[in-house]
Every structure is written in structure tokens, then in C-alpha cells.
Design a protein around this ligand. Structure first.
Ligand code: E4P
Length: 215
């Protein structure tokens, strides 16, 4: 199972990379705005900076919603760095763009996926990753993890190569459930990953061992 960090914050990306368990990074326009990254040149530079920190895939999201615009932006992103994966929204023009990129050998991440039917279309178009948003479904009283289960079954039924990138993963139980279901990747804030470290019996056990070692 791959761990991606869902942020455009370079300090957090470095921290996750230094932990030794980071497989990639996902970003989106909201995360870039949160870091104050504005304008095309600054955004392009930021993606290169992220690629230079991590060893794995870095998703760069297109802003255009028409086919020609998405192709132009995606090709520019793909030329930036070999680690770039072009993130394309799950809309009709997006599916056409994913098909185009797939035929050109440019890797894609189909984002804003909220149903099994959308995930099936993304795989048919040749997406490298599909991003179902677990947390945002939970937010509207719908079972986000059930969607991951359904996509896993569908992809396994037909041997689709598209990797299930569970997105909008918010807390450690989401990560554990995604691992149990067999999601290929989770993307989440660093805090959800470091929360996996915590157990009170680890803390109390270590305190006892250290105290006993002094005896
Ligand atoms: C995925 O690629 C998205 O950037 C992200 O996971 C969305 O998460 P959120 O619902 O917590 O904003």
C-alpha cells in the first residue's frame, strides 16, 4: 500500500519524506492556494520543488475544464518532471483528456470521483489512478469506504490496471480500513499518518522499560 501526503506544504512534505514511508504527493488548487502559491510560474516552480523532495508520483491538477485546455495544461505539467501525474476532474471532457493522455503515455489521476460508475469510466479511459473522495462522502452521511470496496471489486473483476487512490482520507481509521479493503494508495494529511504511531501501551511500556534499564 502506498502512502501519499495530501498537501502543498513543503515543510510537511520534507517531514513525511524523512520519515521514510512517503510514496508520493497529491495537491489540488485549494491546497496550493492555502500555501499562497499564485500565478502559473509560481505554481509550476512549486511542483518542481515538490518533485525534488519526494521520490514518488506528484499529482498536478489542471484548472481548465475544456478538452483543449486540459491537454495544454497537462502536457506542460508532464514536461516539468518525470514524477508528475496529471490530475484531471471526472467530467465528460476529463474522460476524453484521460484517454488522450493515456495514449500519449502521460500518467493521470482522475479526481473528484464519488461513485463506482465514475470509477469504471476512469479505468476504461486508461487513468493511472482514480481518486474516490472518502471523507467528503462521509461528510454527507454516505459511506465513503463502501465506495472503495465497490471499486476494488469492479477493478478486480476485470483486471483494470488503474490504481485506487483513496483520497479525502482524514484520520487513521480511514487508512486502516482502506488497507483492509485493499486500496492501492491513500492520500491524507501528515497528521493522519503520524496518528498511526500512537498507542498508550507503547508509551507506558517504553516508560517502564527505560525506568527498569536504570535499575
Ligand atoms: C485528493 O486528491 C484531494 O486533494 C483531497 O484528498 C481532498 O481532501 P479533502 O476532502 O479533505 O479536502
Amino acid at each position: 500500500m502506498k502512502f501519499f501526503i495530501d498537501t502543498a506544504n513543503l515543510a510537511q512534505i520534507k517531514e513525511a519524506q524523512e520519515l521514510g514511508i512517503l510514496d508520493g504527493v497529491t495537491t489540488n488548487p485549494s491546497l496550493m492556494a492555502k500555501e499562497g502559491i499564485k500565478g502559473k510560474d509560481a505554481i509550476m516552480k512549486h511542483y518542481v520543488d515538490i518533485c525534488n523532495i519526494v521520490d514518488g508520483d506528484v499529482s498536478a491538477e489542471v484548472i481548465a475544464t475544456d478538452f483543449d485546455g486540459m491537454i495544454k495544461e497537462g502536457e506542460e505539467f508532464a514536461e516539468l518532471h518525470p514524477q508528475i501525474v496529471v490530475k484531471v476532474p471526472m467530467i465528460k471532457e476529463g474522460i476524453k483528456a484521460i484517454k488522450y493522455f493515456s495514449e500519449k503515455g502521460i500518467r493521470t489521476n482522475c479526481t473528484l470521483v464519488f461513485s463506482a460508475g465514475q470509477a469504471l469510466l476512469a479505468a476504461k479511459a486508461g487513468a493511472s489512478y482514480v481518486s474516490p473522495f472518502v471523507g467528503r462522502l462521509d461528510d454527507i452521511s454516505t459511506d465513503g469506504l463502501r465506495l472503495i470496496e465497490d471499486i476494488r471489486v469492479i477493478y478486480d473483476n476485470y483486471g483494470f490496471a488503474t490504481e485506487i487512490l483513496a483520497a479525502s482520507v482524514r484520520h487513521p481509521m480511514h487508512i486502516i480500513e482502506c488497507a483492509t479493503i485493499g486500496a492501492d494508495v491513500v492520500t491524507c494529511p501528515l497528521s493522519a499518518i503520524t496518528a498511526l504511531l500512537k498507542h498508550p501501551l507503547t508509551d507506558s511500556g517504553l516508560a517502564t522499560f527505560l525506568a527498569d534499564a536504570k535499575k
